[in-house]
Design a binder for this molecule. Structure first.
Ligand code: ZN
Length: 247
């Protein structure tokens, strides 16, 4: 029987360029509430009322209040050992970048330097007109959403429903998927596009695919070379240990 951890560790050790793609499963281990699915945030707060760009422009105060509550929940969350393991792989010169669907800043909090955020970052505000960004400071902001110095209503710097993913992270992530020789999929299934297309794209370009998930996914059955079964907070630190032992 193949030892998937050993195989994955060997592949990473040999890799000239490894990239990680992370999703909601990674954050769930840090007690970040999930958005989709049963018990998710969208069940209680329907996106068409709270999470579309139209809802925000029509009723900014209502959406803003919801947003502040959500960010207050994020504030208490901490990176888990899986986040730290990816930051360690970057420091070891193995991992080139993390592409994430998460907006919670936990990769940066754990020490990862190159983080490509598909869906933005909940800890920042952005002006839709001049693209000026400000940190979202819960102690400073009141019940009304702030305006940019250019006079425009600022919005959370996340991709809301009805907004396209900005082209810069799309292009950067695609370039990385094309050029990497190992791609590590963590805490994400093959459901959410465009992130779901990256591992497929990487595989087509000859990359070795490591998947770390608590359950098998469509990736496992189709493109995964090494499946690390379990929570990322356990599987990734174990993987880093194996790599260090093999050095
Ligand atoms: Zn502005």
């Amino acid at each position: 029987m193949i030892d998937h951890f050993r195989e994955a560790a060997n592949a990473l050790q040999r890799a000239a360029c490894a990239v990680a793609v992370t999703g909601a499963g990674m954050s769930a281990e840090s007690n970040i509430p999930t958005f989709r699915g049963a018990g998710g945030i969208w069940e209680k707060y329907p996106p068409h009322e709270y999470a579309t760009i139209e809802a925000y422009n029509e009723n900014p105060e209502k959406v803003w209040k919801f947003w502040l509550e959500l960010v207050a929940q994020l504030k208490d969350s901490k990176p888990n050992p899986g986040h730290y393991a990816l930051a360690e792989l970057e420091r070891m010169g193995i991992l080139k970048a993390v592409v994430t669907q998460n907006v919670d800043n936990l990769h940066q909090d754990a020490g990862s330097k190159i983080v490509i955020e598909y869906h933005g970052n909940a800890k920042w505000l952005v002006c839709p007109r001049c693209r000026h960004r400000d940190p979202l400071d819960l102690s400073q902001h009141g019940d009304s959403p702030p305006y940019c110095f250019c006079g425009t209503l600022m919005k959370p710097d996340v991709v809301m429903f009805g907004e396209p993913i900005p082209s810069q992270p799309l292009v950067e992530a695609a370039r990385l998927a094309e050029s990497c020789d190992v791609l590590l999929v963590v805490g994400t299934s093959a459901q959410v596009y465009p992130a779901a297309s990256l591992p497929v794209f990487a595989k087509q370009n000859g990359a070795y695919i490591i998947e770390a998930n608590t359950e098998t996914t469509d990736f496992t059955r189709t493109i995964t070379d090494a499946f690390l079964h379990g929570p990322a907070g356990e599987t990734l630190p174990h993987l880093v240990e194996l790599i260090k032992e093999g050095e």
